[in-house]
Design a protein around this ligand. Structure first.
Ligand code: HEM
Length: 434
């Protein structure tokens, strides 16, 4: 077990400029780095990440800053809860994201992607903005079940949600800014948006409750699971979870889709192979079913998605705070120590990956060897299957309609804001595929 050190001053200086720059300061080939004299360590090797997130997960919780900002902006949800209450909520919700609902959701995802893509025209497009649009549209339809007939409600949800998201990003970047009880105009706007969003989801719940057995979207399934949840899934809990899913699911997916399409735009042949897989889903009448079989028939798109998640993990780091004294990489971690798992650095480490900065979909993406875009262990991403299905279908359908090319001189610069985005706009050229 080897321990490295990073100087606090240098880390702060680099992080002020760019979080990705700061990750480059981590020493190579160590299991754990200590940051100055602070109760702050970086669990850098797959073994120590596994220890924190899986084997010794009981000794850690989410860091206070993460919990607080999310609770203030979005309410209590799976992301922020801990211990018994987290388990009591995760148990009834987990099956809702299981395979049973996925076939119907996959049809809906395909229809949503096709609808949005049909509005595109040849020429330049800011693919980052377009993917945010697709991810939000899929989230609003697939998670909340808002259909095209309730367009007004969908736009209310989106507007309020975007306002809250802006506030959450601001608080993460400016942790010393006035907390929500201080009535600044930003805080007031956030509270108004949150009340509006809660009202919209509450209205959806009362409209949908009588028909919950018929619907396959996540909200409908949560209402269905409510009776068996032993009282944990109250209406308020369902509202908070739905808002939490919008948060957890839309920017992460949008960012991954953006980078996947950028990498494909540089590789016409790979794009053709993905397009051929996407054409298997032509014809909108019949459901996409069974989705497990459909996805198996799309191995190229699947590998493009995994390689994108390796090179551009939307969550560049995962944070934990030690609940008590524990052991990690042969050293003692005291209670309250902040432990960071640098997903981006692990997935780009030259110790673990050959030519880590090359986009190579033919690699093996193995969780035991440093591939952890969805986290690991009991707090692993609940929406991973939903996200993988959405991204595979979206990438393949987009390529089946359009060819994409990148015509700028410089490559886009990844920044963290807070998920991994391209700085400014990311423009691709679209040509309709014959
Ligand atoms: C590319 C897409 C996505 C990525 C990269 C991603 C990544 C992650 C990661 C790394 C975690 C673990 C955080 C931690 O351990 O602290 C997580 C948790 C979570 N994700 Fe995702 N996510 C994605 C999409 C989604 C979607 C679409 C949903 C919901 C529809 C979702 C819902 C959640 C929830 C509820 C949790 C918290 C689970 C718990 O603590 O019990 N995610 N995600």
């Amino acid at each position: 077990m080897s321990i490295g050190h990073v100087k606090l001053g240098e880390l702060i200086k680099a992080a002020r400029h760019d979080n990705l720059e700061a990750l480059k300061l981590l020493p190579d080939a160590v299991d754990l780095s200590r940051v100055g004299r602070l109760p702050f360590v970086v669990a850098q090797s797959p073994t120590s990440a596994h220890r924190v997130l899986v084997e010794d997960a009981e000794s850690y919780r989410k860091p206070l800053i993460v919990r607080q900002v999310i609770v203030d902006g979005l309410g209590e949800n799976l992301f922020t809860l801990d211990g018994e209450r987290w388990l009591a909520r995760r148990k009834p919700i987990a099956p809702v994201f299981g395979l049973n609902n996925l076939d119907a959701l996959a049809s809906l995802i395909r229809a949503t992607v096709d609808d949005v893509v049909a509005t595109w025209t040849s020429g330049e497009i800011d693919i980052q903005e377009a993917m945010t649009d697709i991810a939000l549209e899929v989230a609003v339809r697939g998670l909340l079940g808002v259909d095209e007939h309730s367009a007004a409600l969908a736009s209310d949800v989106r507007r309020a949600f975007e306002e809250i998201l802006e506030w959450v990003s601001y608080r993460f970047n400016e942790p010393l800014s006035p907390p929500p009880m201080v009535p600044t105009s930003r805080n007031r706007r956030m509270k108004r948006a949150r009340a509006e969003l809660q009202r919209a989801v509450r209205a959806l719940i009362s409209h949908r409750r009588p028909r919950s057995t018929e619907s396959f979207d996540i909200l409908g399934q949560l209402l269905h699971a409510q009776t068996e949840s032993g009282g944990e899934l109250t209406d308020e809990a369902i509202i908070d979870e739905c808002i939490g899913f919008l948060f957890a699911g839309h920017e992460t997916t949008a960012s991954t889709l953006t980078w996947a399409l950028y990498e494909l735009s540089l590789r016409p042949e790979l794009q053709d192979a993905v397009a051929a897989e996407g054409r298997q889903l032509d014809g909108t009448a019949e459901p996409v079913s069974p989705i497990v079989e459909v996805l198996k028939a799309m191995p190229v798109t699947d590998s493009v998605m995994h390689e994108t998640l390796r090179m551009y993990p939307a969550g560049i780091t995962i944070g934990r705070s030690a609940k008590r004294s524990t052991q990690l990489a042969g050293t003692t971690i005291r209670g309250f120590t902040l432990v960071m798992i640098p997903v981006y650095a692990i997935q780009r480490s030259a110790e673990l990956w050959e030519n880590p900065d090359d986009f190579d979909p033919t690699r093996k993406h193995n969780e035991a060897e440093g591939y952890l875009p969805f986290g690991l262990g009991p707090r692993r991403c609940l929406g991973a299957r939903f996200a993988r299905t959405e991204m595979t279908i979206a990438i393949a359908r987009i390529c089946s309609h359009w060819t994409l090319s990148y015509q700028q001189d410089q490559p886009p610069r990844p920044i963290t804001a807070p998920s991994l985005r391209a700085e400014g706009t990311l423009n691709l050229n679209l040509d309709r595929r014959s």
